[in-house]
Design a protein around this ligand. Structure first.
Ligand SMILES: [Zn+2]
Length: 220
Protein backbone atom coordinates (compact mmCIF):
# COMPACT_ATOMS: atom_id res chain seq x y z
CA UNK A 1 0.00 0.00 0.00
CA UNK A 2 1.32 3.40 -0.94
CA UNK A 3 1.79 5.29 2.31
CA UNK A 4 1.95 8.63 0.59
CA UNK A 5 -1.44 8.07 -0.98
CA UNK A 6 -2.87 7.08 2.37
CA UNK A 7 -1.53 10.23 4.00
CA UNK A 8 -2.85 12.36 1.20
CA UNK A 9 -6.35 11.00 1.44
CA UNK A 10 -6.37 11.43 5.21
CA UNK A 11 -5.26 15.00 4.73
CA UNK A 12 -7.92 15.68 2.12
CA UNK A 13 -10.54 14.84 4.71
CA UNK A 14 -8.95 17.28 7.12
CA UNK A 15 -8.74 19.91 4.46
CA UNK A 16 -12.48 19.80 3.88
CA UNK A 17 -12.94 20.90 7.47
CA UNK A 18 -10.11 23.39 7.12
CA UNK A 19 -8.90 23.08 10.67
CA UNK A 20 -6.31 25.80 10.18
CA UNK A 21 -8.85 28.44 9.21
CA UNK A 22 -10.31 28.40 12.68
CA UNK A 23 -6.92 28.99 14.27
CA UNK A 24 -5.07 31.34 11.95
CA UNK A 25 -5.69 35.06 12.28
CA UNK A 26 -7.62 36.31 9.19
CA UNK A 27 -5.36 39.38 8.84
CA UNK A 28 -2.38 37.06 8.42
CA UNK A 29 -4.27 35.12 5.76
CA UNK A 30 -4.90 38.39 3.91
CA UNK A 31 -1.22 39.30 4.16
CA UNK A 32 -0.31 35.93 2.71
CA UNK A 33 -2.77 36.24 -0.13
CA UNK A 34 -1.09 39.49 -1.06
CA UNK A 35 2.37 37.98 -0.72
CA UNK A 36 1.37 34.96 -2.78
CA UNK A 37 0.38 37.27 -5.62
CA UNK A 38 3.80 38.96 -5.35
CA UNK A 39 5.50 35.56 -5.55
CA UNK A 40 3.50 34.48 -8.57
CA UNK A 41 4.35 37.71 -10.38
CA UNK A 42 8.03 37.50 -9.51
CA UNK A 43 8.21 33.99 -10.99
CA UNK A 44 6.67 35.20 -14.24
CA UNK A 45 8.74 35.19 -17.43
CA UNK A 46 7.49 38.68 -18.26
CA UNK A 47 9.69 41.56 -17.16
CA UNK A 48 6.60 43.76 -16.60
CA UNK A 49 5.15 41.19 -14.18
CA UNK A 50 8.39 41.03 -12.24
CA UNK A 51 8.49 44.81 -11.99
CA UNK A 52 4.92 44.82 -10.75
CA UNK A 53 5.94 42.27 -8.11
CA UNK A 54 8.69 44.64 -6.90
CA UNK A 55 6.24 47.52 -6.81
CA UNK A 56 3.69 45.52 -4.81
CA UNK A 57 6.39 44.34 -2.42
CA UNK A 58 7.40 47.90 -1.62
CA UNK A 59 3.89 49.33 -1.48
CA UNK A 60 1.61 47.10 0.57
CA UNK A 61 -1.98 48.39 0.52
CA UNK A 62 -2.81 50.99 3.16
CA UNK A 63 -5.92 49.20 4.42
CA UNK A 64 -3.95 46.03 5.05
CA UNK A 65 -1.20 47.93 6.87
CA UNK A 66 -3.89 49.63 8.93
CA UNK A 67 -5.48 46.27 9.84
CA UNK A 68 -2.11 44.88 10.94
CA UNK A 69 -1.43 48.01 12.98
CA UNK A 70 -4.85 47.86 14.66
CA UNK A 71 -4.45 44.16 15.45
CA UNK A 72 -1.08 44.86 17.06
CA UNK A 73 -2.60 47.62 19.12
CA UNK A 74 -5.51 45.44 20.30
CA UNK A 75 -3.07 42.73 21.30
CA UNK A 76 -0.85 45.05 23.26
CA UNK A 77 -3.90 46.36 25.11
CA UNK A 78 -5.16 42.87 25.86
CA UNK A 79 -1.75 41.95 27.26
CA UNK A 80 -1.23 38.96 24.94
CA UNK A 81 2.46 38.07 24.78
CA UNK A 82 3.87 38.92 21.36
CA UNK A 83 6.86 36.94 20.12
CA UNK A 84 9.37 39.38 18.59
CA UNK A 85 10.09 36.95 15.78
CA UNK A 86 11.70 39.06 13.07
CA UNK A 87 13.42 41.45 15.44
CA UNK A 88 15.02 38.52 17.24
CA UNK A 89 16.12 36.65 14.17
CA UNK A 90 16.88 39.50 11.81
CA UNK A 91 17.19 42.53 14.01
CA UNK A 92 14.39 44.10 11.96
CA UNK A 93 10.63 43.78 12.08
CA UNK A 94 10.53 43.53 8.30
CA UNK A 95 12.28 40.56 6.66
CA UNK A 96 12.33 42.31 3.28
CA UNK A 97 14.04 45.33 4.74
CA UNK A 98 16.50 43.10 6.55
CA UNK A 99 17.53 41.56 3.26
CA UNK A 100 18.59 44.91 1.82
CA UNK A 101 19.71 46.96 4.77
CA UNK A 102 23.30 47.11 5.92
CA UNK A 103 22.23 47.10 9.58
CA UNK A 104 20.45 43.78 9.32
CA UNK A 105 22.35 41.91 6.67
CA UNK A 106 24.65 40.04 9.04
CA UNK A 107 21.61 38.86 11.00
CA UNK A 108 20.02 37.73 7.79
CA UNK A 109 23.16 35.84 6.75
CA UNK A 110 23.64 34.16 10.13
CA UNK A 111 20.07 32.95 10.17
CA UNK A 112 19.92 31.88 6.57
CA UNK A 113 23.30 30.17 6.46
CA UNK A 114 23.32 28.49 9.86
CA UNK A 115 19.86 28.84 11.40
CA UNK A 116 21.33 30.89 14.25
CA UNK A 117 20.80 34.41 15.42
CA UNK A 118 23.79 36.69 15.01
CA UNK A 119 23.89 37.15 18.77
CA UNK A 120 24.10 33.41 19.25
CA UNK A 121 27.01 33.15 16.82
CA UNK A 122 28.84 36.00 18.52
CA UNK A 123 28.27 34.45 21.95
CA UNK A 124 29.50 31.05 20.82
CA UNK A 125 32.52 32.65 19.20
CA UNK A 126 33.33 34.34 22.51
CA UNK A 127 32.96 30.99 24.24
CA UNK A 128 35.62 29.68 21.84
CA UNK A 129 33.48 27.19 19.99
CA UNK A 130 35.65 26.64 16.92
CA UNK A 131 32.82 25.76 14.55
CA UNK A 132 30.89 28.90 15.48
CA UNK A 133 33.96 31.06 15.05
CA UNK A 134 34.42 29.88 11.49
CA UNK A 135 30.70 30.33 10.85
CA UNK A 136 30.92 33.88 12.11
CA UNK A 137 33.90 34.54 9.86
CA UNK A 138 32.01 33.19 6.90
CA UNK A 139 29.03 35.46 7.73
CA UNK A 140 31.37 38.44 7.88
CA UNK A 141 33.04 37.51 4.62
CA UNK A 142 29.68 37.16 2.87
CA UNK A 143 28.61 40.43 4.39
CA UNK A 144 31.60 42.22 2.88
CA UNK A 145 31.05 40.51 -0.47
CA UNK A 146 27.45 41.67 -0.40
CA UNK A 147 28.52 45.18 0.54
CA UNK A 148 30.80 45.41 -2.47
CA UNK A 149 28.33 43.90 -4.85
CA UNK A 150 29.97 40.49 -5.12
CA UNK A 151 27.17 38.51 -3.53
CA UNK A 152 23.47 38.41 -4.25
CA UNK A 153 21.69 37.17 -1.12
CA UNK A 154 18.74 35.98 -3.17
CA UNK A 155 21.05 33.45 -4.81
CA UNK A 156 22.65 32.21 -1.61
CA UNK A 157 21.99 28.61 -0.66
CA UNK A 158 20.16 28.90 2.63
CA UNK A 159 19.83 26.61 5.63
CA UNK A 160 16.02 26.73 5.59
CA UNK A 161 14.19 27.53 2.46
CA UNK A 162 13.25 31.12 2.82
CA UNK A 163 9.69 30.78 1.67
CA UNK A 164 8.82 28.34 4.44
CA UNK A 165 10.63 29.87 7.32
CA UNK A 166 9.04 33.24 6.54
CA UNK A 167 5.61 31.64 6.30
CA UNK A 168 6.00 29.98 9.69
CA UNK A 169 8.10 32.51 11.57
CA UNK A 170 5.97 35.49 10.65
CA UNK A 171 2.84 33.54 11.50
CA UNK A 172 3.85 32.54 15.00
CA UNK A 173 1.92 35.47 16.42
CA UNK A 174 -1.06 34.69 14.24
CA UNK A 175 -1.92 31.15 15.29
CA UNK A 176 0.68 29.15 13.35
CA UNK A 177 2.14 28.03 16.67
CA UNK A 178 -1.13 26.27 17.51
CA UNK A 179 -1.58 24.18 14.37
CA UNK A 180 -1.13 20.43 14.29
CA UNK A 181 1.39 19.30 11.70
CA UNK A 182 -1.43 18.17 9.41
CA UNK A 183 -3.14 21.54 9.67
CA UNK A 184 0.19 23.23 9.15
CA UNK A 185 0.69 21.37 5.87
CA UNK A 186 -2.87 22.06 4.73
CA UNK A 187 -2.36 25.70 5.56
CA UNK A 188 0.88 25.80 3.53
CA UNK A 189 -0.69 23.93 0.60
CA UNK A 190 -3.19 26.70 0.31
CA UNK A 191 -1.35 29.81 1.43
CA UNK A 192 2.35 29.30 0.69
CA UNK A 193 3.93 31.40 -2.03
CA UNK A 194 6.30 28.63 -3.18
CA UNK A 195 3.73 27.21 -5.55
CA UNK A 196 3.99 23.66 -4.20
CA UNK A 197 0.58 22.18 -3.41
CA UNK A 198 1.74 19.27 -1.29
CA UNK A 199 3.85 20.26 1.70
CA UNK A 200 5.29 17.73 4.08
CA UNK A 201 3.66 17.94 7.55
CA UNK A 202 6.77 16.47 9.14
CA UNK A 203 9.19 18.94 7.53
CA UNK A 204 7.09 21.95 8.43
CA UNK A 205 6.74 20.79 12.02
CA UNK A 206 10.51 20.35 12.28
CA UNK A 207 11.09 23.76 10.78
CA UNK A 208 8.68 25.35 13.25
CA UNK A 209 10.51 23.60 16.07
CA UNK A 210 13.87 24.94 14.87
CA UNK A 211 12.53 28.47 14.67
CA UNK A 212 11.00 28.34 18.14
CA UNK A 213 14.21 26.89 19.48
CA UNK A 214 16.26 29.72 17.97
CA UNK A 215 13.84 32.25 19.40
CA UNK A 216 14.13 30.84 22.88
CA UNK A 217 17.88 31.18 22.79
CA UNK A 218 17.69 34.91 22.41
CA UNK A 219 19.76 36.75 24.99
CA UNK A 220 17.56 38.11 27.75
ZN1 LIG B 1 5.62 26.18 0.25
Amino acid sequence: MDIRKQTRSARTTIRERKGWQKKVEPVYVQMLEYYKRVCELSRSSSEADRQEAERLKRNPPEDLKEKVRRLGEERRKSGVAIIPVATTILGSSDPDVALHDVRYMQHWLAWNKYGKTLEQLVEEDRAAIAKSSSQLLSVQRDFQDWRYGKLRPEELKTKFDREHWTLIAMGLNFGIDKLSQEDLADFADEMCGCGNKTHSPENLRKLRYRILEALQRRPS
